[in-house]
Write a protein that binds this ligand. Structure first.
Ligand code: COA
Length: 322
């Protein structure tokens, strides 16, 4: 006997309905790090990495920041807790392995028994989560999905390690994805390089984050420009048609080299790393949410997102601004 299972009706498209972000109030300059004993200096950090200051969470947990960012994204989208069918939390800095944080996040937001899961693709996590949300919506499995990237990297960073202590920071960004009659989230271009898994990793004994800075820099600058171009092509756009480009905020020199490869001088490029540091999966939604708040990108304009990081993993996708 052949059994036919039914599927829910598909949606023709998905879109980002709104974004929100949260950054902890405590700001540390490079000179503040020097005063704390870090063996560095402001000139080196600004010229090699592009960071002038970053935000560190003090009492806030990763989930506290996720709740704050998600609340703003829901308010900006005009979505209430009863509307949300699924919560995806992109993070690599949860306090414990089990349970993940998505169910508790939903509960703290007053969302009643949605689907809920965590996703760990490190600094590429937000784009992976956005793509998962979009696919879930277009398949008809959910109408409204809350996507959050939240990280408390300072729980895992040895501040005295010159290769990481100056770079990583804390924060959260969120987006609401809903069903749409037209396509507001383009196809993803993604990939990974597991042979280089050791390039960014946490120490098995101490759980401290370590990275091979130079090899990560070479990988990002040699590969991510092509990913950016491929994501534009997959969405059917020339780079010059973009209004904005929001790459993962890892290093200002990496951002500028990828932007150069796009060869689209009129595109607004996110350089939030200067005042926020590297917040892993939170860096793209924080930077994009701030660009929208500043009115730098018009509603409906195409924006390219490119995330990359530990795994190694990467993902690029063009979306239309809410
Ligand atoms: N402050 C001051 N000097 C520093 C320093 C610091 N924090 N870190 C290293 N240096 C010095 C080194 O001692 C060395 O000095 P020397 O030439 O006199 O021997 C010099 O700077 C170069 O050291 P190196 O380790 O080769 O630094 P780098 O130029 O590769 O920069 C990173 C280090 C981490 C900033 C850079 O490799 C990087 O950004 N990589 C990408 C990492 C990344 O994006 N990770 C996240 C991906 S999600």
């Amino acid at each position: 006997m052949t059994v036919h299972l039914t599927n829910p009706p598909r949606s023709s498209g998905s879109r980002v309905a709104g974004l929100g972000h949260y950054q902890p109030p405590t700001t540390l300059t490079n000179d503040d790090l020097v005063a704390m004993g870090v063996d560095t200096n402001d000139e080196w950090v600004q010229s090699r990495v592009g960071i002038a200051e970053r935000r560190f969470a003090m009492d806030e947990t990763m989930l506290d920041m996720a709740v704050a960012a998600a609340s703003k994204a829901m308010a900006n989208s005009g979505v209430s807790p009863t509307d949300v069918d699924l919560v995806i939390l992109a993070t690599c800095t949860g306090k414990q392995q089990v349970p993940g944080g998505a169910a508790e996040l939903a509960s703290r937001l007053g969302i009643d028994s949605p689907g809920a899961y965590d996703l760990n693709a490190a600094c590429a996590g937000f784009v992976y989560a956005l793509n998962a949300a979009s696919n879930t919506v277009t398949s008809g499995q959910a109408h409204t999905v809350l996507v959050v990237g939240s990280e408390k990297l300072t729980d895992y960073v040895d501040l005295m390690d010159r290769g990481t202590g100056i770079i990583f920071a804390d924060g959260a960004g969120a987006a609401v994805v809903t069903a749409s009659d037209s396509v507001g989230i383009g196809p993803v271009v993604w990939g990974s390089d597991g042979d280089s898994a050791g390039a960014i990793t946490t120490d098995a004994e101490t759980a401290t984050l370590r990275q091979e800075g130079q090899s990560v820099f070479r990988w990002a600058t040699s590969k991510m420009g092509d990913v950016a171009l491929q994501a534009c092509a997959a969405a059917g756009l020339e780079p010059s048609q973009l209004a904005g480009f929001v790459p993962h905020q890892a290093n200002l020199r990496i951002i500028d080299l990828i932007a150069k490869k796009l060869n689209a001088p009129n595109v607004v490029v996110a350089r939030d790393i200067i005042t926020s540091g590297n917040t892993s999966s939170a860096s793209i939604p924080i930077a994009l949410s701030k660009m929208l708040e500043r009115g730098e990108i018009a509603s409906g304009a195409p924006v390219l997102l490119v995330g990359f990081g530990a795994g190694l993993t990467y993902a690029g996708q063009v979306i239309l601004a809410p």
